[in-house]
Design a protein around this ligand. Structure first.
Ligand SMILES: Nc1ncnc2c1ncn2[C@@H]1O[C@H](COP(=O)(O)OP(=O)(O)OP(=O)(O)O)[C@@H](O)[C@H]1O
Length: 278
C-alpha cells in the first residue's frame, strides 16, 4: 500500500465570513497533495468564500487554514468573475504575461525567452494570433482561455479555480478541462468550484460538498448522491445569514476566533478527510 500523500492544506475548525457573519464554518480536515477536488454545493453554500480563504484573500474569523510551504508559483487563484476590466486598454499579451509576475519581481523585464513563453501559453489555449488584441474585444470563451494561459505561466503547485467552466461554449470547456486534467497529471493540487454535476462525475475523483458547513468529502460516487445533495440543500436553506459566529468546539480542538492562514507543519496527524460531520 502506498502511504497517503502529505497534505497541502489543513483546515482546523475553520470559519470564514464577512463582517463576523460566518459564510462557511466548522470545516476540519486535509487536502492531500495532488488531489483534484470539485467543491460543490447549493447557491450561497460558501464555495467561493472557501477558495478566497485558501488563496489568502479572506482572513478566517475562527479556526485556521494551514498551508504547506509551496515552491515555485505558490498559489494560483482564478476568481469566478474576471478581475480584468474589459474597458481597460490592455492587450491579451500583457494580461497573459502577468502570469510571470512572481518570477519577474517588480522590476524584471520581459526578455525574448519570456515573450516566447507567453506566446506558447497562448498557443496552448488555442489563442495564437490574439497577442495584440485588446482584452475587451474577446468573447467570454476567449477571455477564459486567456486567463488559463496566464495560469500556465504561473506554474503554481496549488491551483484554485472558481467556476472556470461556467457560461462558456462546450468546445472551450473541453479544451480547458483537458488543460486542468494535465495539471492534475503533473501532480498539482487543484480545487475547483463546479456547478455541473455531469462535469464533476466525469472529471473529478474527489468532491467536497459544502452547505455553509462541510456535508461530505471523499470519492465522487460516494459524495454525489441524491441523499447527500438533498441534505445539503436543506442545510443551506435553513442557514441564517445574520447568525453571529458560533463557537462550536471540534473534537480536534478548536481554535479561537481571529484565525489565519499559517504554514503547514507536519504535526503527525493521521491522514483524515475534510468535512467531518457532527
Ligand atoms: N463580499 C461579501 N460580503 C458579504 N457577504 C458575502 C460576500 N461574498 C459572499 N457573501 C455571502 O457569503 C455566503 C456564501 O457566499 P459564496 O459566494 O461563498 O457562496 P457560493 O457557494 O460560492 O455561491 P454561488 O454558487 O451562488 O456562487 C452568501 O450568503 C453570500 O451572500
Amino acid at each position: 500500500m502506498h502511504p497517503a500523500p502529505p497534505p497541502v492544506i489543513r483546515f482546523d475548525n475553520l470559519t470564514l465570513g464577512y463582517e463576523r457573519h460566518p459564510a462557511v464554518h466548522h470545516l476540519s480536515g486535509e487536502i492531500p497533495a495532488g488531489a483534484l477536488v470539485a467543491v460543490i454545493g447549493p447557491n450561497g453554500a460558501g464555495k467561493s468564500t472557501l477558495l478566497k480563504g485558501v488563496a489568502g484573500e479572506l482572513r478566517p474569523i475562527g479556526g485556521r487554514i494551514e498551508r504547506a510551504a509551496l515552491p515555485r508559483g505558490g498559489v494560483a487563484y482564478m476568481p469566478q468573475r474576471s478581475e480584468i476590466d474589459p474597458g481597460f486598454p490592455v492587450s491579451v499579451f500583457d494580461v497573459v504575461a502577468m502570469g510571470l509576475w512572481r518570477e519577474l519581481g517588480a522590476f524584471g523585464g520581459l526578455d525574448d525567452s519570456r515573450r516566447r513563453r507567453v506566446r506558447e501559453a497562448l498557443a496552448a489555449v488555442g489563442m495564437e494570433g490574439f497577442e495584440s488584441r485588446p482584452v475587451g474585444s474577446l468573447s467570454g470563451g476567449q477571455l477564459q482561455r486567456a486567463r488559463f494561459a496566464r495560469l500556465i505561466l504561473q506554474d503554481a503547485p496549488l491551483i484554485l479555480l472558481d467556476e472556470p467552466f461556467a457560461a462558456i461554449d462546450s468546445r472551450t470547456v473541453d479544451d480547458l478541462v483537458r488543460l486542468m486534467l494535465g495539471w492534475h497529471a503533473e501532480g498539482r493540487t487543484i480545487l475547483t468550484v463546479v456547478h455541473d454535476f455531469e462535469q464533476v462525475r466525469r472529471h473529478f475523483p474527489t468532491c467536497l460538498l459544502l452547505a455553509r458547513e462541510p456535508v461530505a468529502f471523499g470519492p465522487t460516487p460516494q459524495v454525489l448522491t441524491d441523499t447527500l445533495l438533498a441534505h445539503a440543500r436543506r442545510l443551506s436553506e435553513a442557514f441564517d445569514d445574520d447568525a453571529p459566529e458560533c463557537h462550536r468546539a471540534e473534537e480536534s480542538g478548536g481554535h479561537g476566533p481571529g484565525g489565519e492562514v499559517v504554514p503547514l507543519h507536519d504535526h503527525g496527524h493521521p491522514h483524515d478527510h475534510a468535512g467531518h460531520r457532527h
